[in-house]
Design a protein. Sequence first.
Length: 757
Amino acid sequence: MQRETLALGWAIATILALQTVAATKCTPRTLHHKARVFEDLSAQELKAVRNFLWSHKELRLEPSRTPTMAKNSVFLIEMLLPKKQHVLKFLDKGGRPPAREARAVIFFGAQEHPNITEFAVGPLPWPYYMRELPPKPGHQATWASRPISSAEYALLGHALKEATKPLHQFFLDTTGFSYQDCHSRCLTFTDVAPRGLASGERRSWFILQLFVEGYFLHPTGLELLLDHRSTNAQNWTVERVWYNGKFYRSPEELARKYEDGEVDVVVLEDPSPKGKSEKSTEEPPLFSSYKPRGDFPTPINVTGPRLVQPQGPRYRLEGNTVLYGGWSFSFRLRSSSGLQVLNVHFGCERVAYEVSVQEAVALYGGHTPAGMQTKYIDVGWGLGSVTHELAPGIDCPDTATFLDALHYYDADDPVRYPRALCVFEMPTGVPLRRHFNSNFSGGFNFYAGLQGQVLVLRTTSTVYNYDYIWDFIFYPNGVMEAKMHATGYVHATFYTPEGLRHGTRLHTHLLGNMHTHLVHYRVDLDVAGTKNSFQTLQMKLENITNPWSPRHQLVQPTLEQTSYHRERQAAFRFRQPLPKYLLFASPRENRWGHKRSYRLQIHSMADQVLPLGWQEEQAITWARYPLAVTKYRESEVCSSSIYNQNDPWDPPVVFEEFLKNNENIENEDLVAWVTVGFLHIPHSEDIPNTATPGNSVGFLLRPFNFFDEDPSLASRDPVIVWPRDGGPNYVQRWIPEEEGDCLMPDPFSYNGTYRPV
Ligand SMILES: [Cu+2]
């Protein structure tokens, strides 16, 4: 079918036409000096808070590393974000910045009834006051809910070593590894959580593993339950032992039965076979190793393509603020919960006040006690603080700007995490828009395309075995994306035939346990102002008499708009239909009379993971909802806490309570809470590691009638090609095709240390 082509000369007319797109002229109002309000604490500030706390002798503080639980110590210091209304007043109307404060978490263990207390310390940089940050009524964090500190881990390691002394010969015989005088053949452990079955308990299952490369994949077959609730480690006791499918009352009982030949023993094969190949002096790699083995049919022995930016970066970093085309935003890396982008503007308007990671959980099934007990709630494992070094060229392009992070978490000084974050622009490899305008007779009227470029802000969290990659992605057309990739080692347990009901055999003695990953995000949209409404659009079929042939019926789609008045109405449960178009609308209209809106588009395979109200489900009630919309409240800024993991039965933060008052959400400051995730049934290709392809989830925030036309029209990147009679095509571009220096990046370097400063 041939479409009518337009008359000649049209192309020329277009070339001559003025560029009528009025470029919005504005300078981002919140440059570095104002964005400081969002900045994480500097080393000096963290030290000032630490010194201020230590100067209060009545707190009787001791170093975090002191090897006892019966002490008072500072566990966490991080920036305490001022109230939103104060920040907005400062940003938009000027005046003095709100007081800069720190949140300090202190474990008071040196008293008969130990407790956890949180304080606000300020004003920074020279603090002179501290005030208690009171928990919500009835929501005091219990002593048992505190995260495990490195001092407690040291004591736990020692306790395990002592407790398993009777099993020395048993371990040597069954694994060739041991805990005593072990040199290169030692055992190690993985602990799981929750730590017990009811509030106030602190008893953990430990999986004993061979301490080799990728030890997560080398269980010995022995798991052990240790009660470590007492602040006196002398009182810690082993309550249960599990070995190869059977329970024992104590290590002594297992050792005795083993000597008597009453234990069904599995002798592990040596993980690193001694049989060195003749060609190589190196030992063959372990199955849990990254070292290459095998060959591709088409071997590759040269380095791959890499990114260059011949004319330098096209984004600007001013402290913690990024300026990129239409975008400007600030960011911080909270030690407790992770990456937060703040004060997100496109053009000259605020689109979101905050988009942030709140929590990441992984809930497991298994046949071993550790497998069936595992419900990891990662903020309780320092989700925001385990931001280890990114490798240039691998974790981020060589051209990225790398930034350090500071965390004061379970430490006595701020600790510098070099290259914890990166910012980079990259081609997406697919055009943002393009069109080939055929003339349907062997040629074209024009070709036009806009290359796809995005700006990425990235960090990672290595929560013990697993690595999450956290991205915020900014597109030139006003679209913003939040994305999590999962990688690293799977959490795995000892293989038993019964375990196959809960996972996959991944090696001789290894079962990859099924689990669900869920991530919770807070999305505080401010779509052209703080007053927004939430509505959805769906498609509804209508059946009408065909107006141009009344003898016929006609079925066609119509728009069905739903408005939501109250929080409960806009809390969508899993397994309940979620409308396709989720819109956050400003009362203002675009040029065409439509409400200026942003659309939330969720990319997730998450589902309900626990029955409502089930014991530990209390800690993750947010996981009931792929989307819940609430009215902004200063008391509802986090959906989880560092305490939810170790007391999931009575956690201090219960998201469900945010919905209880069922507030009006029409023309209010709205917050969207988004749960994304996926079911992970491990498979043999998860060895050695879970790979990122297919293991990413997230959401997009897309303008929907927010602008009058695609705002990427302001980009100078498009290329238009016009055919010319009897001559070469005319290539029209707005950025000269200039040659830049194709600089080689700096040679690869990776330090890997994180040290106090
Ligand atoms: Cu997984």
